[in-house]
Design a protein around this ligand. Structure first.
Ligand code: NAD
Length: 297
C-alpha cells in the first residue's frame, strides 16, 4: 500500500503529536479540527516541541522547517479526506462523535484509504460497522507524548484485513515506532491494565488510605514507575480516564470497573488535570513543580 497523504483529525494533545511524527518522517499531513483555535494551538505546540528536538540535537533547524512545511491545517474534513491514503482520527473520546466522523470520512475518502482511529478504548469493530469498508478500519493507538513514546498499539477489528494490519505495522516502523498488535476488546491491552490501576489509586485516595503524595511516591519508589498514577491521570486527562472506565464497565459488565465517584466528581467540576490547570495537582504554565491541589491538602 502506497501511503503519502495523511489526514489527522483533531489537533488536541494527541492529534498534534501524531501530525508531528508523520511530518517528521516526510509524509504530507492535513491536520483537521472543527476549531480554528485548536488548530492554531496544535500548530504552535508542534513548533515548540520541534524546537525542543532542535535544542537537544535530534533534529536540525532545516529539518524542522521541512517538517513544518509538510503540515497543512484545515477545518474542511471532506476536502482533506478526498485526497487521503490514510486517515488517523484523534478527536474527542466519544463514541457517537467518532461514528459521525467515520461516516463522513467513509463518504469522502478514496476506496483504498485506510481509516485508523487513535481511540483509547472504543470498539474498532463498532466504528468499522458504520462504514462501507470495515476491512480497512483499524486502531492505531499512539501513546502520549507521541513524539517521545515508542509504542503504537495496533488493534485489529473483527473484520480488519490482514494486509491492512501489516501495512499499518510497517508504517509505524517507518515513523520510528514499535508496533504491537492486539485484538479488539474493551480497553485493548494498554488501558485494560493501566486504567483499573489509576481508578484503584483514586479509590484509595477517596477512602483516605493515603494522600496524593503517598500514593504517587509509593508507586514511583516501590514499583519504579516514572510517574505516580494520580500524576499520570492528570497528564492523560481525567475526562479521558473516566470515558475509558465507562467503556470497560459497560463492555465487560463487571462492577470491578466502576469508575471512582471521586473521579466522576472531579470531571463534573471541570477539574480535568493538567489541561484545565487543576486535578490531583495544581498546574501553573511554565512551572514543573508538583503542587498537590488544595482539595487534597
Ligand atoms: P483533546 O481533547 O486534547 O483533543 C480533541 C480534539 O478533537 C479537540 O481539538 C477538538 O476540537 C477536536 N474535535 C472534536 N470534534 C471534532 C470533529 N468532529 N472533527 C475534528 N476535530 C474534532 O483529546 P486528546 O487527549 O488529544 O484525545 C484524542 C483521542 O486520542 C481520544 O480518542 C483519546 O482517547 C485518544 N488518546 C488520548 C491519550 C491521552 O493521553 N490524552 C492517549 C492515547 C489516546
Amino acid at each position: 500500500m502506497n501511503i503519502s497523504n495523511v489526514v489527522v483529525i483533531g489537533a488536541g494533545a494527541m492529534g498534534n503529536g501524531i501530525a508531528h511524527v508523520f511530518a517528521t518522517a516526510g509524509f504530507r499531513v492535513s491536520l483537521v479540527d472543527i476549531s480554528e483555535e485548536a488548530l492554531a494551538k496544535g500548530l504552535a505546540n508542534i513548533s515548540k516541541n520541534m524546537d525542543r528536538q532542535v535544542a537537544k540535537g535530534s533534529m536540525t533547524e532545516d529539518q524542522k522547517q521541512v517538517a513544518i512545511s509538510c503540515i497543512h491545517s484545515s477545518t474542511d474534513l471532506a476536502s482533506a479526506a478526498s485526497a487521503a491514503d490514510l486517515i488517523v482520527e484523534a478527536a474527542t473520546e466519544n463514541e457517537e462523535l467518532k461514528k459521525k466522523i467515520f461516516k463522513q470520512i467513509d463518504a469522502s475518502a478514496p476506496a483504498n484509504c485506510i481509516l485508523a482511529t487513535n481511540t483509547s478504548s472504543i470498539s474498532i469493530t463498532r466504528l468499522a460497522a458504520v462504514t462501507s469498508r470495515p476491512g480497512k478500519v483499524i486502531g492505531m493507538h499512539f501513546m502520549n507524548p507521541v513524539p517521545v513514546m515508542k509504542l503504537v498499539e495496533i488493534i485489529l477489528g473483527y473484520q480488519t484485513e490482514k494486509e491492512v494490519g501489516q501495512a499499518v505495522e510497517e508504517l509505524s516502523r517507518t515513523l520510528g515506532k514499535i508496533p504491537l498488535t492486539v485484538k479488539d476488546f474493551p480497553g485493548f491491552i494498554a488501558n485494560r491494565i493501566l486504567m483499573p490501576m489509576i481508578n484503584e489509586a483514586i479509590c484509595a485516595l477517596h477512602e483516605g488510605v493515603g494522600g496524593v503524595e503517598e500514593i504517587d511516591q509509593i508507586m514511583k519508589l516501590g514499583m519504579a514507575h516514572p510517574m505516580g498514577p494520580l500524576q499520570l491521570a492528570d497528564f492523560i486527562g481525567l475526562d479521558v480516564c473516566l470515558s475509558i472506565m465507562n467503556v470497560l464497565h459497560s463492555g465487560f459488565g463487571n462492577p470491578k470497573y466502576f469508575p471512582s465517584p471521586l473521579l466522576q466528581n472531579m470531571v463534573s467540576a471541570g477539574n480535568l488535570g493538567a489541561k484545565s490547570g487543576q486535578g490531583f495537582y495544581t498546574y501553573t504554565p511554565g512551572s514543573k513543580e508538583l503542587i498537590v491541589a488544595p482539595y487534597f491538602k
